[in-house]
Design a binder for this molecule. Structure first.
Ligand code: EPZ
Length: 420
């Protein structure tokens, strides 16, 4: 297995180009199940999760050509509707084929995704919403069996909790349904907004895009003519690089990024003393002599994103004083804490609350990645730890960060990928 070896006290500088957003590309690739034409998607990130979803679509009968950052998909010959455990267990976002496949084929069998390191991550809200749209849902043998022979019917869906992929699933299901679907308490993440925009550009009438109340007028199961589109920049990858420059106290410019998608992250970094120059598609972060401690609560967009929680925890070890981080979305998203403590971090955990006391000098050690964003937090800590840090099990990283080590190396980090 590969691991990353980082020599501490790195200094960063120059520019880094941000890739397309994994969490936008996944629902948009699943959305091609609603198309009658070949769909061209560009600016796709070259990461493992994308390859996994393409493999699932191929398994269902789709054909595609895929080069590093673009894909051309044809789903006109779906040969069966079973998303098998073998594929779904490697990536829970495979659940995103449930809505479009059911809307298109009238039935499908999708393996339950199972939990993951950061939490149990149920899909009850997805299933309840589809039942309200007339689907017959049964679960046995670890699979969801969904049926809507005559197609789905528009309904008023009220999500008890804001769910990103739940909202995406229902938007895609509603796009082909008979009649109008209203989603109340919809997720407002930029990745959900892009899904709505691409569907709207393909003739689906959607109102309230970007708000928590969406109204979607279905096409009565007529497949869609989907125009080519480009995936939006990855706001979490961008936030991770901002934290890299913040923790090493260097100036760094991010290109091909959407500052408007990072307002809560930039706001927190400003609270910590950092300053920024931004344009429509670039951000430059400037260092601060003293990093101020901060209080963070993770919530749904546009509030502070849970996917940036681990990275900020690494940064808070270098703040002068006590920072507090409350994780509100997932019940087990603090596994990076014990790994950061191995590097010398002073962190106390109390259920959903982490208290980080800085400034602590970190010392290199062998640490283990446990989930995608925790892995990047350990890399950030390694940049400023004395000596050598080795981050093991970086298959977690490869799921969602494109060429992390070569991008970091290109801006000055002393990092390399080695094999155990
Ligand atoms: C998406 O996951 C992202 N993944 C996650 O990013 C992100 O952390 C999460 O949204 C929150 O922003 C993708 O977009 C592929 P949720 P998702 O449904 O949709 C509960 C990363 O690092 N819930 O919004 O699975 C759930 O348990 C990943 O790229 C239910 O109870 O998250 C959680 O507590 C990690 N029942 C909360 O809602 C449901 O049916 C938010 O989950 C669905 C969700």
């Amino acid at each position: 297995m590969d691991y990353l070896q980082i020599q501490g006290l790195s200094h960063l500088g120059g520019e880094v180009i941000i890739s397309g957003a994994k969490n936008a590309a996944l629902p948009l690739i699943a959305m091609t199940l609603l198309a009658k034409n070949n769909v061209t998607i560009t600016n796709i990130p070259d990461v493992k999760d994308i390859k996994t979803l393409l493999k699932l679509l191929e398994h269902l009968g789709a054909t595609f050509t895929h080069d590093e950052h673009s894909v051309n998909i044809n789903t006109s010959h779906i040969i069966h509707t079973k998303a098998t455990y073998e594929i779904v267990k490697t990536m829970r976002a495979s659940i995103l084929v449930l809505g479009p496949l059911l809307a298109r084929e009238g039935h499908c069998e999708v393996s339950l995704p199972g939990g993951c390191a950061i939490g149990q991550r149920p899909i009850d809200l997805h299933l309840k919403a589809l039942e309200m749209m007339g689907a017959k849902i049964t679960i046995h043998g670890g699979y969801v069996y969904a049926e809507a022979k005559d197609g789905l019917k528009g309904a008023h869906i009220i999500f008890d909790k804001i769910t990103v992929t739940g909202t995406a699933n229902i938007i895609m299901a509603a796009a082909l349904a008979h009649g109008k679907t209203t989603i109340t308490n919809a997720a407002r993440e930029p990745e959900v907004v892009q899904l709505c925009e691409v569907l709207r550009n393909s003739g689906v009438n959607i109102e309230g895009v970007g708000t928590s109340e969406l109204v979607i007028y279905g096409s009565d199961r007529r497949l869609l003519e989907i125009s080519p589109f480009e995936i939006i920049p990855d706001r979490i990858e961008a936030g991770t690089y901002l934290c890299a420059a913040a923790i090493t106290k260097d100036t760094l410019t991010l290109e091909k990024v959407r500052p408007d998608h990072l307002e809560s992250v930039i706001g927190k970094l400003e609270e910590m003393g950092f300053s920024f120059d931004t344009s429509t598609d670039s951000i430059t972060i400037h260092p601060t002599e003293v990093i101020k401690p901060v209080s963070i609560v993770t919530q749904e967009y546009p509030a502070f994103p849970t996917d940036m929680q681990a990275q900020f925890m690494a940064l808070c070890t270098q703040a002068e004083g006590t920072s507090i981080i409350e994780e509100r979305l997932f019940e087990n998203r603090f596994m990076h804490v014990s790994e950061l403590q191995r590097l010398g971090a002073d962190i106390k955990l109390n259920a959903k609350l982490a208290t980080i006391t800085g400034t602590t000098e970190l010392n290199g050690a062998d640490v283990m990645a446990t989930d995608l964003r925790a892995s990047s937090a350990l890399v950030l800590a390694g940049l400023i730890a004395n000596g050598t840090t080795r981050v093991h099990r970086i298959y977690h990283l490869d799921r969602g960060y494109e060429k992390l080590e070569s991008k970091l190396k290109s801006i000055g980090a002393d990092i390399e990928r080695l094999s155990e």
